[in-house]
Design a protein around this ligand. Structure first.
Ligand code: PGA
Length: 228
């Protein structure tokens, strides 16, 4: 098993365990390249009848604004995960379609487990550098580096949106359990900066150091040692 397969398996197993322990769990779910292997496993286990999503509530971390539906994260989650599960459509949430996402999450009992990727610029969800610790769900302007990092997902470069809506740093930190996933050695430096450097708006992922139950799964050799 290579490093990426191991990262995907650990993440999928953690989500499966959460669903088994608490079937009505609220899950915060990422998009991007990193979680694809995890979603493939969860889809497979769901089709085999090993996972029951009937009571779960799933919350996309973020989504583009002014986006063609086919390029949206709602579509991504639908294609890569939801359509392979028995998660009822009414339990699939996306910040683009909610006036008050944080209230919605609170009304559902709060996030139990949230999985997040990390951007090469230190963003978590779409909380770009400069985002304060106390940010809740809000709409933002994407940095050019994030737009370019995601360009491969778009058939036409001029379709890459400039704006997005994202759970805030505070929304993510309020989740009872957190898993940070990082794929590719180019993420190593930013991961080290985030987990051992100063907590700063310049690196929104650095605020994860505050969380008491953060697991870090990578596909490269990495000793997770948060400086508290
Ligand atoms: P990636 O994106 O999984 O495509 O590397 C991670 C992120 O930007 O949060």
């Amino acid at each position: 098993m290579d490093g990426y397969q191991a990262l995907s398996l650990k993440t999928a197993e953690a989500i499966a365990a959460q669903l088994k322990t608490k079937p009505e769990s609220c899950l915060g779910l990422p998009t991007g390249r990193t979680p694809l292997g995890c979603y493939e496993l969860l889809s497979k286990w769901s089709k085999e009848g090993k996972l029951d999503w009937s009571k779960a509530r799933c919350f996309a971390l973020d989504d583009y604004l002014d986006v063609q539906e086919v390029d949206s994260f709602a579509h991504y989650l639908q294609e890569n995960l939801y359509q392979h599960t028995n998660l009822p459509a009414a339990q699939r949430f996306n910040p683009r379609f909610s006036d008050n996402y944080d209230q919605l999450i609170a009304d559902c009992g709060g996030l139990d487990l949230t999985v997040i990727g990390i951007g090469s610029n230190g963003h978590i969800a779409f909380n770009e550098p400069g985002t304060p610790r106390n940010s809740w769900t809000n709409s933002i302007w994407l940095t050019e580096s994030t737009r370019q990092a995601n360009a491969a997902f778009f058939s036409y470069p001029h379709n890459i949106p400039n704006r997005a809506v994202t759970m805030g740093v505070a929304t993510i930190l309020a989740s009872r359990h957190l898993i940070l996933i990082a794929n590719g050695e180019h993420k190593q430096d930013i991961l080290t900066k985030a987990l051992t450097g100063p907590r700063t708006n310049d690196v929104p992922a650095s605020f994860l150091q505050e969380h008491g139950d953060l697991k870090v799964f990578t596909d490269f050799d990495y000793q997770h040692a948060i400086s508290r």
